[in-house]
Design a protein around this ligand. Structure first.
Ligand SMILES: Cc1cc2nc3c(=O)[nH]c(=O)nc-3n(C[C@H](O)[C@H](O)[C@H](O)COP(=O)(O)OP(=O)(O)OC[C@H]3O[C@@H](n4cnc5c(N)ncnc54)[C@H](O)[C@@H]3O)c2cc1C
Length: 377
């Protein structure tokens, strides 16, 4: 008897889960991996694309190159999830399995921030990052604001990375002196679980003339008056706005009845939902870790280990630890690393390795090792 698994979403979580199960179970696995897209890209590639460091084609990896024993990829859009019966409907057919793993990530609600579409830009969707390739070259003077509109949001260091890379980008074009850069964040420091990383970021912001606006959300934009309106009703003039839009689960997940307070609740140790045989991993689940690929991948490994143990009769895995390392670009070709542990103790803890050239190489091999493991290239 083969283990029949349906994996919904081929992002960090879905790819890692499918790869690990295929490696361990091969012939005893019958896994269908479904994604509406034809290709995968790393979240951090959006920064490369928006600042023109790489072309959109260079950062995409085609799902058609997935060739793993026991795994079949289907490019289809999921239109319905029935967690009670473990049945998934797509625009092309119906799938069921012994196990269902929901790994559909987080979507964006652009309309939740009035004025964002008409008067601003965002770099969290691939399309938004591609649009910015055209917009950024037209900005040469005035105030640029990078602003967070709600929590949670993917990759908490990304807004800080964006202002530092914007500083480099404008400096390289010789227009930095004519521009101001501000970062509006809902926290008191850039990365609260790591005071050392936050101190390092605040120090480079000060060095490079970047204004940090703490403990504030951007609630709306008024494109006519060119102001952003913050949650305390104060206003800041802008000439260029780069937003982090409100995040939410994909519509099909919201309609499935699996969510509570906007996200899928899971047992944080096992990633099990309240529906037997149904797991939720990655950004779509509320597990207490940040929305980041490394955490999606870590959660997927725990689910894979349990399924493998069930088939092979080995020991059950250790509970999910919520540990992960995030790389943060500090600009000027340097990268820092934040190692965080969210679930082992009563409070999240983090350590920090300061920015260096060596960590830039580490970050590149983080990407290339996954590319090889998931896509064989
Ligand atoms: C600017 C930026 C920088 C980032 N940098 C980092 C970083 O340095 N390190 C890091 O770890 N993380 C980073 N992230 C975060 C990271 O990209 C996400 O947290 C990660 O991709 C989440 O993985 P996931 O598998 O949970 O979901 P996703 O990777 O989002 O995958 C979900 C998949 O589900 C598919 N899907 C959704 N709805 C449907 C449907 N109805 N039918 C079929 N398929 C569907 C989507 O196409 C997608 O492929 C960054 C994010 C951004 C925006």
């Amino acid at each position: 008897m083969k283990l029949r698994v349906v994996v919904l979403g081929a992002g960090f979580a879905g790819l890692e889960l499918s790869t690990t199960l295929s490696e361990a179970l091969s012939d005893s696995l019958d896994l269908t991996l479904i994604d509406k897209s034809d290709s995968f890209f790393f979240g951090f590639s959006k920064l490369d694309v928006m600042f023109g460091r790489k072309t959109p084609d260079a950062v995409r990896f085609a799902y058609s190159s997935i060739d793993k024993p026991g795994v079949r990829f289907r490019q289809e859009t999921i239109t319905d999830i029935d967690p009670e019966r473990r049945v998934v409907t797509t625009d092309r057919g119906t799938y069921d399995g012994d196990v269902l793993v929901v790994a559909l990530g987080a979507d964006y609600d652009f309309e939740a921030t009035p004025g964002l579409r008409e008067g601003g830009n965002e770099f969290y969707s691939f399309a938004g990052a591609e649009r910015l390739r055209e917009v950024l070259p037209t900005f040469g003077k005035g105030r640029a604001i990078v602003g967070v509109t709600s929590t949670p949001f993917k990759c908490p260091p990304a807004p800080s990375e964006a202002v530092l890379l914007l500083h480099d980008y404008l400096s390289a074009r010789g227009v930095r002196a004519a521009c101001e850069i501000s970062l509006v964040m809902p926290f008191g420091t850039p990365i609260p679980p790591s005071p050392a990383a936050s101190r390092a970021l605040l120090s480079v912001f000060a060095e490079r003339g970047i204004t940090f606006v703490p403990n504030r959300f951007v609630r709306a934009l008024d494109p006519r008056r060119r102001v952003v309106i913050l949650d305390d009703a104060s206003e800041i003039h802008y000439d260029l706005f780069l937003g982090i839009p409100k995040h939410r689960v994909p519509d099909v997940v919201a309609a499935s009845g699996m969510t509570e307070e906007g996200w899928i609740p899971v047992d944080s140790k096992t990633l099990k939902t309240r529906f037997p045989g149904v797991y939720a991993v990655g950004d779509v689940a509320s597990v207490g870790t940040p929305l980041a690929g490394v955490f999606s991948e870590g959660a997927a490994k725990v689910v894979a280990a349990e399924l493998i143990a069930n088939v092979k009769g080995g020991e059950q895995p250790l509970p999910y630890s919520g540990r992960g390392s995030c790389y943060a670009e500090f600009g000027q070709g340097k990268v820092g690393r934040i190692d965080v542990d969210f679930l082992s103790g009563p409070e999240p803890t983090g350590s920090f390795e300061g920015p260096s050239d060596a960590l830039m190489i580490d970050k590149q091999s983080f990407g290339s090792s996954r590319r090889k493991r998931w896509f064989g290239q």
